[in-house]
Design a protein around this ligand. Structure first.
Ligand SMILES: [Zn+2]
Length: 375
């Protein structure tokens, strides 16, 4: 594969701070930027926990706006009107990935700074200058990349400690895919420039640190007591994950695992599953297509410990008929799908075959069944 010379590096937000209590300095950071007024966009459930950490703003004119739960163009336009109607100067996003994405979309349309206070560490949305856009039914319609980086990220690990463990686990699943997807793409390049070496290093670091620290990090969440592993996993999911696409551009984005995820979004019964759970399953389908049984075997115990799905059965989607599974495979290989970043011609038959083989393999393993039965 020859390197496409249109590669653009978008390495980091303008400023990133990860420290307990860092939200308290929000107003000073706004003032350093000459911002005197802002729209604060927040969620519903996450705001109940996060609002107690949100600092009192004494010198800044603030309007609070609850977002509607999905990153759509309609929701972006609604936020744009909320800012324009009040003549506000910036957007402060307090929430998870989709809320952050819609705030970035509105900020970039208006050319105003976006400041991000994550309440979850389940995606790298706080880091990256792009938005994944969905339609009202929850199906993904595409993504937009912006020419301006996020102005500031204030990541407080103590706030993340109040988030549900299933969201951190889903984030771990999504971030784990960084390595498998970047590696399958970068391995095809005949020359690897230094920015793509950085992307690959970051991707490998995601996998290595997730495998090493996730279990201890989840213990922090269960005990509601910060530990070093937890802070490391939070920074891995937000920062190190964001560096993969940030330095690698299209060579550090998605490949097979996310195409499986995207195809699953057309199955209504999959909407209750978090993004990262479907991506984690997609990693195993991708590895099956690649014929990397050894990698799958290395991951399965980790999946079992964290409760990441290794089969349609684990996602309670094994009711899908043969025709529905074929349709799923066809969706995964649509013309624009990132699965085509993998080497060779990936056909619907190959994906269908991989789904079936993975299902047989992971649902027939006695030690795996034993682990689940005993959990
Ligand atoms: Zn993802």
């Amino acid at each position: 594969m020859h390197l496409d010379k249109t590669l653009i590096v978008r390495g980091a937000p303008q400023e990133f701070i990860c420290r307990t209590g860092c939200w308290d300095e929000l107003e000073q950071h706004l003032e350093r930027r000459g911002i005197g007024s802002a729209l604060v966009v927040h969620g519903e459930a996450s705001w109940q926990a996060a609002s107690s950490y949100f600092p009192e703003m004494t010198r800044t004119r603030v309007h609070f706006e609850k977002y509607n739960g999905e990153c759509t163009y309609d929701e972006r336009d609604r936020l744009i009107r909320a800012i324009e109607d009040r003549g506000l100067q910036a957007i402060v996003a307090v929430g998870g990935g989709k809320l952050t994405d819609v705030a970035k979309a509105a900020a970039n349309s208006l050319n105003v700074p976006v400041i991000i206070l994550p309440t979850l560490a389940s995606t790298c949305a706080a880091w990256t200058p792009l938005s994944i856009v969905y339609d009202d039914s929850g199906a993904m319609v595409g993504f937009d990349v912006y020419p301006r980086g996020n102005s500031l990220v204030l990541l407080d690990p103590q706030v993340i400690l109040d988030s549900p463990s299933e969201l951190l686990i889903a984030g771990i699943g999504d971030t784990l895919a960084k390595w498998y997807e970047a590696d399958v793409i970068i391995s095809q390049l005949d020359t690897v420039p230094v920015e793509i070496e950085i992307a690959r290093f970051a991707a490998r670091k995601c996998r290595d640190d997730l495998l090493q620290y996730s279990v201890t990090a989840l213990k922090a969440l269960a005990d509601k007591r910060l530990n070093e592993a937890f802070v490391r996993i939070v920074e891995t999911n937000v920062m190190v994950a964001g560096m993969v696409g940030g330095f690698g551009d299209r060579y550090g984005r998605t490949a097979g695992a996310h195409s499986i995820h995207d195809a699953l979004t057309y199955v209504p019964q999959s909407h209750r599953l978090k993004h990262g759970m479907k991506v984690a399953y997609g990693v195993l389908v991708q590895l099956t297509i690649e014929g990397k049984r050894g990698e799958i075997d290395a991951l399965l115990p980790f999946y079992a410990r964290l409760g990441l799905p290794a089969s349609l059965r684990d996602m309670e989607l094994d009711f899908l008929s043969r025709a529905e599974r074929l349709r799923l495979a066809e969706r995964a290989v649509e013309r624009e799908a990132s699965i085509h970043m993998m080497p060779g011609d990936i056909t619907a038959d190959a994906v269908f075959d991989a789904i079936e083989r993975l299902e047989r393999y992971t649902t027939s393993q006695p030690e795996r069944l034993g682990t689940q039965g005993g959990a």
